[in-house]
Write a protein that binds this ligand. Sequence first.
Ligand code: PLP
Length: 487
Amino acid sequence: MQNNTDFPLLFEQTKPGRTGYSLPPLDVPETDLSEVFESAYIRSEPAELPELSELQIIRHYTALSRRNYGVDSGFYPLGSCTMKYNPKINEDVIRMEGFSHVHPYQDTKTAQGALELMFDLQEQLKEITGMHEVSLQPAAGAHGEWTGLMMIRALHEKNGEMQRTKVIVPDSAHGTNPASATVAGFESVTVKSNEEGLVDLDDLRRVVGEDTAALMLTNPNTLGLFEKDILEMAKIVHEAGGKLYYDGANLNAIMGYTRPGDMGFDVVHLNLHKTFTGPHGGGGPGSGPVGVSEELAAFLPKPVVRRQGDEIILDENRPDSIGRVKPYYGNFGINVRAYTYIRTMGPEGLKRVSEYAVLNANYMMRRLSEAFDLPYTQHCKHEFVLSGRRQKKLGVRTLDIAKRLLDFGYHPPTIYFPLNVEEALMIEPTETEAKETLDSFIDTMLEIAADAESHPEIVQEAPHTTVVSRMDETTAARKPILRYISE
Ligand SMILES: *Cc1c(COP(=O)(O)O)cnc(C)c1O
């Protein structure tokens, strides 16, 4: 038997009778479970659980947590993911009993504080996006996309425009966009980018038509570039009878400066777990609220959280609603964090977020362009994309650069995306990092570029200092070892 771990193993240390807890003496009558449940559901033998002391368990989990990499442990420039700092005041607020102990089946009259927070957050997001109504129900960005598209679909159906079956998606879009369009029952059609990295208007005019349900646009796009012809694009799509969907997952580039509603968009989703500091990564709970124009408001998921007199109610009486998209009312814990963040920053603070996000990205982009190719040279917004093609000629791939960054304690950027850039490295520094952090990351990247020229093998064979060295990704995918011990 081979131990794949170097930290205390729970099952191997087990000693019958050892305990890590002490419960108070039983002060209620003992019940025979067979009187309450069907016998098929009752265990015939006790579960085989490890028996350990509290200290042994603490060491195990502390060792595990040290293996984890997060924003609290180091710089995390993962493009398109906005791995910004999660302020600790958010955690204080969500731990308040009225928020952490509220129950979804509680009478709404006894949960007015929680409902008021949801209502106020909706109002704040309306102001930030320039939309008419907002729903907090979707649990992630992609879920918001799907919800938005289902509303667009419901609108076209109500208007008898069943032929609108196509959703136009630029080739630079986030991968979730065409996927959501497909899951919502549409066919996704690609529109090309031009040599500036923006949507090619002629190509858009060519693909738009009677069958267009919507255009889905990420702005700034995944190259970190603002679509400057956005009003013209809105006009082209609206004149053809299509709707405009705004992927606002990365709103930290424009918040306080411009709004999807003002650009003419009909639906937008936001990622509260990105721009609005919900902790994320590792599939943790997200929140992808959708905002809609007046025309689409009737189709919002129900129940709708709204004010009625002095009370906040959960309105189920919405005949045109697409229905519920999530059990209960969305990921409330992330809503509380986003609300706290918005109230902490205030309108001026949110505007400064955008300024610093854009400033940090441009600073880093210019300094790194000394050693890496920059395919699109105009100013970027919150992120930018470099190409590792110069290093590839020396035999060092973008994957090698990403692995080498691990030796220096950095989470690598997003790599090989977007697809329209060869050997792409997509970097998003975020506004929460100090200049010293940006500088040391830049210096490391420049050092790696220099190593690629003088002794490439140190980059090609990286990582050298991590617990696990370079993985054989094909074998990892084909023959995964799913147990922590292999025979
Ligand atoms: C992250 C992201 C999404 C998807 O959001 P999830 O919460 O991961 O589903 C969609 N679009 C863009 C531009 C993103 O950055």
